[in-house]
Design a protein around this ligand. Structure first.
Ligand SMILES: Nc1nc2c(ncn2[C@@H]2O[C@H](COP(=O)(O)OP(=O)(O)OP(=O)(O)O)[C@@H](O)[C@H]2O)c(=O)[nH]1
Length: 361
């Protein structure tokens, strides 16, 4: 095969190769952080567009997201190299009514490499209000996709004179938009996972922690208290004659009592105390750094609070009492043993006439 050696310029080729290697190295380093959720997603997008700004040698880069992917009416500015860090107040917006051609192009997923933004049919609608006052001449805007749909856009703005966008610049801008897309997806998945974890450890009715959480939490608190040699106490609380409440006011009336009692427990104890609903009308409060005599005082306050509480339900006033078992958590036995001891104390409180507190022996 004939090779036209005259057209081959080793220096040009080497320079271009070095330039591209440099570009891809920088991009790959940024891309590697896209699954790191320890950095907020808005912060990540701000970091990556700062990188894009330097890489593409432009005056500003911003990320805009559609308000509604299936029927977009607005693009909301989510990150901007002109901002210092992230902003929490109302974010700037562009509307489809003001910029219909631009919106159409982005929704279609076009990459707008406008060498002269004032004449490009997709961007000239920005001329009076934005391009001329800001002296912006060239735009390189690439859609951010998710599941095949455009969900937003990364905008790169060049000032002062029109500019022919090089092919690698377009590719680099598209890579950055794809990276934004993946980071936004990671954020969504992470939020979903957070929510699922929360749900797995939460009692749906009262919003308190559930039995699963209690068992995990107790295990870690026990080892922490063993190390520090500090006391750990627990209250087991059982609502008295709850079946009668359900019978008289209905299941929903009973639920209302459980919810209000849960709120009452939360208000009464310290933030570091762990309030859980074990199930039914049974609650546990784990009291870190608390010896049993102090736990008895907490139990006494809680018993009095419950006895004084009136739950309003469908125009009726529901009153109730609680029986409480108090136990010193034995740090050298399985937690289930301490639960059993507290349960026996509750049983004694019930046997003694209810609305009582008993200390587990
Ligand atoms: N409303 C409501 N009731 C519940 C829930 N979970 C359990 N219960 C009811 O709580 C009642 C508990 O009744 P029992 O175990 O007989 O105890 P009690 O009536 O409180 O009597 P003592 O414990 O002996 O004072 C049952 O009727 C359960 O159906 C719930 O989530 N909501």
């Amino acid at each position: 095969m004939a090779v036209n050696v005259k057209e081959y310029d080793g220096n040009v080729s080497n320079n271009r190769h070095n330039e591209l290697t440099h570009v891809t190295q920088r991009l790959r380093r940024v891309l590697s952080k896209e699954v790191d959720v320890s950095v907020g997603h808005q912060q990540f997008l701000s970091d990556i567009i700062l990188e894009a700004k330097a890489l593409l040698n432009v005056s500003r880069v911003s990320v805009w997201l559609f308000d509604d992917v299936t029927n977009p009416e607005k693009l909301v500015n989510f990150a901007n190299t002109d901002w210092e860090g992230v902003i929490t107040g109302p974010l700037p917006e562009l509307t489809v009514l003001d910029y219909p051609n631009y919106f159409r192009a982005i929704v279609n997923g076009e990459t707008i490499s406008a060498c002269d933004a004032i004449t490009d049919p997709r961007t000239k609608e920005f001329t009076e209000g934005y391009l001329i006052p800001q002296q912006i001449c060239a735009l390189l805007d690439t859609a951010i996709f998710q599941n095949g749909l455009a969900i937003g856009v990364v905008c790169c703005e060049g000032r002062f004179e029109p500019r022919d966008w090089l092919q690698w610049e377009v590719v680099a801008a598209e890579l950055i938009a794809d990276c934004c897309s993946r980071r936004l997806l990671v954020h969504e998945l992470w939020q979903m996972q957070q929510r699922l974890t929360e749900m797995a450890f939460q009692d749906v009715l009262t919003g308190l922690k559930n039995r699963r959480y209690l068992m995990d939490y107790a295990r870690s608190e026990m080892s922490r208290h063993q190390r520090s040699d500090r006391p750990l106490s627990l209250l087991m609380i059982d609502l008295d004659r709850f079946k009668l409440i359900n019978d008289e006011y209905g299941h929903d009336g009973g639920d209302e009592v459980l919810k209000q009692f849960a709120r009452c427990c939360n208000e009464l104890v310290r933030t570091e105390d762990c309030v859980c609903r074990l199930g039914g009308e049974e609650f546990i409060i784990l009291l870190p750094e608390t010896e049993v005599a102090k736990a008895m005082n907490v139990a006494q306050r809680l018993r009095e609070e419950a006895a004084g509480l009136t739950v309003q339900y469908e125009g009726k006033a529901i009153r109730f009492t609680v029986s409480i078992g108090v136990a010193d958590v034995n740090l050298h036995m399985p937690f289930s043993q301490s639960l059993k001891a507290a349960d026996q104390a509750v049983y004694q409180a019930k046997a003694a006439g209810r609305d009582q507190i008993k200390l587990a022996l």
